[in-house]
Design a protein around this ligand. Structure first.
Ligand SMILES: Cc1cc2ncn([C@H]3O[C@H](COP(=O)(O)O)[C@@H](O)[C@H]3O)c2cc1C
Ligand SMILES: O=C(O)c1cccnc1
Length: 344
């Protein structure tokens, strides 16, 4: 895909207007805390002091990873397709939370190692049935990476939502995400590798050794797109393309956990202003997530000890973002409600 130009959301004029609108609401100055920051942020994204959120969309991208052959996950690869079936049957955590908050939930086969046939409710964008094992060769070709990014961008373009969340399902993808984090941030591998779905200490050490060898083997991969194609997953590349397109279209991006943030890291390296459009939903318990968020200068809304993915953190954070927008649009001002302002 063509990497889109993304405008920054910064505007001194609108910033002052939003500060005034927020400060004139009937509350002590600053008393809605982080919600005030979120309200201003959404106003800047939408270029208005009266932002609105349309029905949110949640895209869950699923893809398999060849690197599972190296025994780097606590669960077998078959869980990826089995969980896709669970999404379609509305039985997963993301179904529950997305349903609760009225998301339009889209499940996308980005490259699952399973033949689903034509299925109601499943968007077929399968690039290939699984990436290659990046311990031995690049996970995908440059063309496959481009195609995955393009599919993600096209799905966002076709969505009417002005706020979009991205989730993922793919056994082995915390290994991919750790590699992306290390290569793109320069943070040591040991600080990027975590337990994923529940490896024990020996399992984590093995995962780190597999990653060390792969990083050494692919030392020539340097640019963000090379790094994505070498270590990424189809679901991760689709999220990267989708995020760039969402930013281009000035949609609010709800960033989920460790894997979703690794896709954003690629997008931010390609177009730093894409970060202006991001609301960071939560800090995951996956051990590298805190450092990845700090690297991006991000302040997550929630810290609930989640380590699931699927977009669950974003679905849970959505009502806070909604409340922020609603207070800005619906609260009375000191003047309209005839409430006295702070005495000097
Ligand atoms: C039942 C089940 C449901 C999940 N939903 C998300 N993940 C999460 O775990 C996987 C990443 O962890 P690792 O790299 O250790 O394999 C991804 O599929 C992620 O979305 C799940 C994992 C399992 C087992
Ligand atoms: O933070 C996440 O998204 C995450 C962490 C562990 C396993 N799966 C997902």
């Amino acid at each position: 895909m063509q990497i889109p130009h993304i405008e920054t959301t910064q505007s001194a004029e609108l910033s002052a207007l939003l500060d005034a609108a927020i400060n004139n609401k009937t509350k002590p100055l600053g008393s809605l805390g982080t919600l005030e920051k979120v309200a201003k942020h959404i106003g800047l994204i939408q270029q208005t002091a009266q932002p609105t959120l349309t029905k949110p969309a949640m895209f869950v991208f699923a893809g398999d990873h060849g690197v599972v052959a190296e025994n780097i996950s606590a669960y077998p690869q078959s869980v990826t397709w089995q969980m896709v079936e669970n999404f379609l049957a509305k039985g997963a955590a993301i179904n529950v939370f997305a349903g609760q908050h009225d998301f339009d939930l889209k499940v996308v086969d980005a490259g699952v190692n399973h033949d689903f046939g034509a299925r109601d409710g499943l968007i077929d964008k399968k690039v290939a049935p699984s990436t290659q094992n990046f311990a031995q060769q690049a996970a995908m070709t440059a063309e496959q990476c481009q195609l995955a990014m393009q599919h993600g961008a096209d799905l966002v373009s076709a969505s009417a939502a002005n706020i979009v969340g991205f989730g993922e399902m793919g056994i082995g993808n915390t290994t991919s995400a750790a590699a992306l984090m290390h290569k793109l941030s320069g943070i040591s591998l040991s600080a990027c590798v975590g337990a994923g779905t529940g490896l024990n200490a020996d399992g984590i050490r093995h995962k780190q050794r597999v990653l060390e060898a792969a990083v050494e083997f692919h030392h020539a991969a340097k640019t963000p797109l090379q790094v994505l194609a070498t270590f990424g997953g189809f679901e991760i590349a689709m999220m990267t393309g989708a995020m760039l397109q969402a930013a281009k279209l000035r949609k609010v991006i709800l960033v989920d956990g460790f894997i979703c943030t690794s896709a954003l890291l690629v997008a931010a390296k390609l177009q730093p202003s894409s970060l202006d459009y991001c609301v960071f939903s939560h800090c995951s318990d996956e051990s590298g997530h805190k450092a990845m968020l700090e690297y991006l200068g991000a302040q997550p809304l929630l810290n609930l000890g989640l380590r699931l993915g699927e977009g669950t953190g974003s679905a849970l954070a959505f009502p806070l973002v909604h409340s922020a927008v609603k207070f800005l649009c619906e609260m009375a001002t000191f003047e309209s409600a005839q409430v006295s302002e702070k005495s000097e």
